[in-house]
Design a protein around this ligand. Sequence first.
Ligand code: SF4
Ligand code: SF4
Length: 207
Amino acid sequence: MSFPGSGLAKGLAVTLRTMTKRSVTAQYPDVQPDLPPRTRGVIGLFEENCTVCMLCARECPDWCIYIDSHKETVPPAAPGGRERSRNVLDRFAIDFALCMYCGICIEVCPFDALFWSPEFEYAETDIRELTHERDKLREWMWTVPEPPALDPNAEEPKEIAAARKAADKLAAQQAAEAEDRAGAEASTQDQNQDQDRQRPETPGEGT
Ligand code: SF4
Ligand code: SF4
């Protein structure tokens, strides 16, 4: 049931309730927003990890990743080995005017070459400037936040466990080789000393 002036009273009540609360308006750009670390601002490229497998470009729903590459022959690592060919990146660009920030490219990259950066201040007046080439994508890479620290009780990642095992094996092998070498040198010295002792003195020696 409403009575005359109830609307006005309700409105005044809301005004009184809210006028004592702190404002929640973000004062951007005077105050930078405190964004969560997984914010999807822009994509950074760590091109050393990119093998030009083209997965990201193929899976991108907007077809806004442009990659050019050529093949190069790598000479064999050891004599008698086979030559190998590898892809060399010529161009990597993302058109952020088309990108819908779905993150599929980052998810599908098997070599950890793409990362989200929370940077978002790259508005342009010319839409063509929103196509970021590899140099710009690399610059974004330096704004990617560090990953959170590992849980101290977490299982050791498989890659690290495998690398540590290989390093331990190599160190043990090198230690065994060094020990063998030291043993061989010691026995050679003993043999030489024995031979010196057994050698008959030549006439005139020691006089
Ligand atoms: S975030 Fe999505 S739309 Fe943007 S480049 Fe990656 S796959 Fe394409
Ligand atoms: S999926 Fe990753 S490795 Fe493959 S081309 Fe894209 S960025 Fe490079």
